[in-house]
Design a protein around this ligand. Sequence first.
Ligand SMILES: [Zn+2]
Length: 85
Amino acid sequence: MDRYLIETAHTAQDCQSLVDQVRASGYLFNFDWGCKSGVHCGWAIIEAESEAQARLAVPALVRSKARVIKLNKYDVDARSLHETG
Ligand SMILES: [Zn+2]
């Protein structure tokens, strides 16, 4: 399983229906939102087998424009970190 960041930018007009769709899909607990700060976007990090599967966690309302980003971590001892310093 890989980890994916889901970013669901939306308009203030879409906000309530988007949150309703996320709630209905069972992913509400996974999401954090910027809405009350005036940034209408929701973020979640989920585990999935593929980007396509991760995208299924995005409500249909914003699925086509949502960003789904496969995440990686760097080991603290990774040689690349020393080389970039
Ligand atoms: Zn919103």
